[in-house]
Ligand binder design. Structure first.
Ligand code: SF4
Length: 450
């Protein structure tokens, strides 16, 4: 049975030195019991305590790290089946595949987009994680050259894809210092692949045709000393992918079945030739429960949606997503630009700022801290009211940047107009904007086009 936070606390040094990032050993113990911290975060745990705690505190799905430096990413480490129970920790890694039978300009384009496509939302940079280099030619020199090229072009994580141990060896030679993930060990090559992974201490994918064979394979690989495994149950039809991903998560979390307690890798790029269907499959696997997704290409229209879906899935469901209270500048506003207002509930902020961006009208967006509540909820809770919004506008300094002072409040909060005008004074003209964010572009164009 799992140790409780108090039982774990008894085994800790109790010095409250804070080096683990929390103020007390008790807080660390509670986090460890909840699966929100790793034992290695405390440098002072005795060897004896480590032995007692290591097995108990390990999440039922192993955490595996791929890549190095700022671009390394972790997968797995999950402790619950459903997102509403607790936060999912390690976001699904999004990876683009390049092959050694593709033309140079195709490969270059894919890797350039991998690095270039980044989006800022709610103060976070959303971006993909890596490149999977596949050997299709069977030629180890050709493969090695492509791995070298990919490693030189991007600092993001690398997956080496070949089932031929000799070819894999050539790929590893080209980028072992980047801690690539090796794809894949099968029942035919398990010993050689395990040897290679162990020698260089690299993570390895175990691939089989069904869950039973996969469990036997992971047992064999872990018996050979390779613990950092990612698993591929081999399914390539959407129905079986869904079934396998859910089953793996269920048996790992609920039954503590160690042989399948590893993050998964899913290859939508092998499931269809239709780019949009590939994105749909990837979206489903992202929700249930892919650790890594390998896609055939990244374009704004597939990557952006997957990044947003990932952002929503991997946030704490018990805390509303909030953005910072401040005045945001959209479309390079100037002294004549209007100031729109909203709350700091991320979804509201996302939608309103997106609609202002779409209008192409330069504007400011004043975002009031309402503890992550949306406009109507915040208003009814007394957090989006005239005096609080007015106080924020007065303190923000936005007034000094403007010659014309037009403040637009959401249509649903029209009732705060009087109190707001009283708070900010006659220097401002307060206007009631549209109720729905989708009407913002038309409203701005009608009232603020030059
Ligand atoms: Fe306690 Fe270890 Fe954290 Fe220090 S680093 S506060 S000893 S748990």
């Amino acid at each position: 049975m799992a140790l409780t936070g108090i039982q774990i606390f008894q085994l800790l040094p109790k010095t409250n030195c804070k080096e683990c990032g929390v103020p007390t050993c008790l807080a660390f113990a509670m986090n460890l019991a909840a699966g929100k911290a790793e034992l290695s975060d405390c440098p002072y745990v005795s060897e004896e305590a480590k032995k007692k705690l290591a097995a108990d505190s390990a999440p039922p799905i192993r955490t595996v790290e791929i890549g190095t430096g700022d671009e390394a990413f972790k997968v797995g480490g999950e402790t619950v089946l459903f997102r509403h129970e607790k936060t999912f920790f390690n976001q699904t890694g999004l990876v683009v595949m390049v092959s050694d039978d593709e033309a140079d300009d195709v490969v270059d384009g894919k890797i350039e987009r991998l690095d270039k496509l980044e989006y800022e939302r709610v103060g976070l940079i959303l971006k993909a994680n890596g490149v999977a280099v596949r050997c299709k030619s069977g030629d180890k020199d050709k493969f090695k050259a492509l791995v070298e090229k990919a490693a030189a072009k991007t600092k993001k994580a690398i997956i080496l894809m070949t089932e031929d141990p000799e070819v894999m060896k050539a790929g590893v030679e080209a980028c072992a210092d980047r801690r690539p993930l090796l794809y894949a060990a099968t029942s035919d090559n398990a010993e050689e692949m395990a040897k290679l992974a162990k020698e260089k201490d690299l993570p390895l994918v175990a691939k089989a045709g069904d869950l039973e064979s996969l469990a036997s394979l992971t047992e064999k690989l872990s018996g050979a000393g390779v613990e950092n495994l990612v698993i591929d149950p081999g399914s390539r039809k959407i129905k079986s992918v869904f079934h396998d991903q859910v089953r793996i998560r269920e048996v790992a979390i609920q039954k503590k079945f160690k042989q399948l307690g590893y993050p998964t890798i899913v290859l939508p790029c092998e499931m269809t030739d239709d780019f949009m269907m590939e994105t749909v499959y990837a979206s489903m696997a992202l929700a249930k429960y892919a650790g890594i997704l390998v896609l055939s290409d990244f374009q704004g229209q597939n990557l952006f949606n997957l990044l947003l879906e990932r952002l929503n899935i991997y946030t704490d469901p018990q805390r509303p997503m909030k953005t910072d209270e401040k005045v945001y500048e959209i479309n390079n506003p100037g002294p004549d630009s209007p100031v729109l207002t909203t709350t700091n509930f991320s979804l509201t902020y996302f939608i309103v700022s997106g609609e202002i961006e779409n209008s192409r009208i330069p504007a400011y967006l004043a975002v009031l801290d309402t503890e992550g509540l949306s406009v109507l909820t915040a208003w009814s809770a007394g957090k989006f009211v005239g005096d609080l919004l007015g106080e924020f506008i007065n303190k923000s300094g936005i007034k000094d940047k403007l010659e014309k002072r037009n403040l637009i409040i959401p249509g649903y909060a029209a009732v705060i107009q009087g109190d707001l005008e009283e708070e900010i004074g006659s220097d401002w003209e307060v206007q009631v904007g549209p109720r729905e964010a989708s009407a913002i572009p038309a409203y701005l164009k009608e009232n603020y086009s030059k």
